[in-house]
Write a protein of this length. Structure first.
Length: 87
C-alpha cells in the first residue's frame, strides 16, 4: 500500500474519532440529565457513578484516538519526509 493512502486513512480516523469525542462531550453537557434519567431507569447507578463512567469513557476514547491514529500518522509522515530528503 501507498504511504499516502495509509496516512490519509489515519488522519481521517483521527478526525472522526475526535468528532465523536466532541459530540459525546456536547451531548453530555447539553442532555446529561436526560441521559442519566434514561440510564438510571435501566441500571441502578448514582449520578456520580454516571458522571465518572462518562468522563472515564471520554478519557479512554481520547487516549485511543491519539495513540491509535495521531501518533502513527505523525510517525509515518516524519519517516516519509526523512526518506524523501535522503533520496
Amino acid at each position: 500500500m501507498d504511504t499516502r493512502f495509509i496516512t490519509g486513512v489515519l488522519l481521517r480516523c483521527f478526525i472522526y474519532g475526535f468528532v465523536l469525542l466532541l459530540v459525546w462531550f456536547v451531548l453530555f453537557l447539553a442532555a446529561g440529565g436526560w441521559m442519566y434519567d434514561f440510564h438510571s431507569a435501566m441500571f441502578d447507578i448514582t449520578r456520580h457513578e454516571f458522571d465518572v463512567m462518562n468522563y472515564c469513557g471520554m478519557g479512554l476514547l481520547k487516549i485511543l484516538v491519539f495513540v491509535g491514529f495521531l501518533i502513527p500518522y505523525i510517525a509515518i509522515r516524519l519517516t516519509a519526509k526523512k526518506q524523501k530528503s535522503t533520496n
